[in-house]
Ligand binder design. Structure first.
Ligand code: AR6
Length: 334
């Protein structure tokens, strides 16, 4: 996935560059800034002293010293007052400037903390949305692997309304399915015949013969594969390949593999990511999944969350991933 949200301590990330949520002096502080300086060692502060500070919304780069990352990009987020003082534009600018700098330094992997969302009090859910929006825009035009690093689960919260809507949806559908499941097990417990008599065995052989012929016939007219259906849908939707895989948050290499192998079998999250990118209806999504040997089921939360978003016509993969993350599910993409 070109954009991934992970839970980690950013100083442990092995990437080309980590981004620091600094202040205008660039001389260190608390929060993630303090963690980065402690982990990088004194060399970092010495280099920062030579930079002459940094304006809010801008970014500067240094070496990574004792960190696993090669560079640290220092950016200064806005202090949140009431959202009416240009905070959003300044925060967007932090992400854009940092990504531009990363590109100039040929970074292929970059990790961001949630800038401004600590000491500077930017509401975390909004800070996350800004991060996702700017980074995903950038990734439409650029090849890079970007991580948003969330320090603790508590700091990661989708809006309460969305969370409770999804929770309710899961509850309704999950319960239904489990009621069906109970009915099904009761049926399964009914006594079953234990042996097959001669006549039945004979019949079975006949059936087997015709089944074989049937199978032969079926194999001759094998359905279009996942890869073929995907490529057909991309054409039908008037999208380019790149538009489709980028919107699906799938990297180019994986897409090339799928394109080049008519029998490629993707993972379920990858297949769903394409369905989301193509904005398929629920029925079409089921069709595409079937080609890869999968189905949406009501017996797991992941599927129900996907169904929730598709049924609402919300195809924003990053929002879907936020929700999956909030419900401890694996994310969409490669
Ligand atoms: N790894 C990842 N994220 C972290 C880590 C870590 N090790 N530590 C904290 N966070 P903050 P700001 C998260 O306060 O709001 C400093 O003093 C944290 O949970 O570090 O931009 C600077 O010098 C939060 O979500 O940065 C400035 O004066 C996010 O990082 C001021 O704070 C950002 O919180 C900047 O404030």
């Amino acid at each position: 996935m070109p954009l991934e949200i992970v839970r980690n301590d950013i100083t442990k990330m092995t990437v080309d560059a980590i981004v620091n949520a600094a202040n205008e002096s660039l001389l260190g502080g608390g929060g993630v800034d303090g963690c980065i300086h402690r982990a990088a060692g004194k060399g970092l502060l010495a280099e920062c002293r030579t930079l002459g500070g940094c304006k809010t919304g801008k970014a500067k780069i240094t070496g990574g010293y004792n960190l696993p990352a090669k560079y640290v990009i220092h950016t200064v987020g806005p202090i949140y007052e009431d959202g009416k003082h240009g905070e959003k534009e300044l925060l967007e600018s932090c992400y854009r400037e940092s990504l531009t700098l990363a590109k100039v330094y040929n970074c292929e992997t970059v990790a961001f903390p949630l800038i401004s969302s600590g000491v500077y009090r930017y509401p975390k859910d909004q800070a996350l949305k800004v991060a996702i929006d700017v980074i995903s825009d950038f990734l439409l035009e650029n090849e890079m692997k970007v991580y948003i690093v969330i320090f603790d689960k508590a700091s990661y919260k989708i809006s309460e309304k969305l969370f409770s809507d999804i929770a309710e949806y899961i509850d309704d559908n999950y319960v239904d399915e489990h009621a069906d499941y109970r009915r099904e097990s009761m049926r399964m417990n009914m006594p079953m015949p234990t042996s097959v008599g001669f006549f039945e065995a004979d019949m079975c052989e006949c059936k087997a013969m015709s089944a074989e012929e049937d199978l032969d016939a079926k194999l001759k007219q094998i359905d279009e594969s996942f890869s073929q259906m995907l490529l057909r849908k991309i054409d039908e939707k008037g999208m380019t390949d790149a538009e489709c895989y980028k919107k699906a948050n799938i990297d180019r290499k994986l897409f090339s593999k799928i394109r080049g192998d008519v029998h490629y079998k993707p993972s379920k999250p990858t297949a769903i990511a394409f369905a989301i990118s193509l904005e398929l209806s629920l029925d079409e999504t089921e069709d595409l999944l079937k080609k890869a040997g999968f189905a949406l089921s009501h017996s797991n939360k992941f599927d129900i969350i996907i169904e929730y978003f598709i049924s609402k016509g919300n195809y924003n993969i990053f929002e879907i991933n936020e929700a999956l993350f909030a419900f401890d599910q694996s994310l969409l993409g490669a």
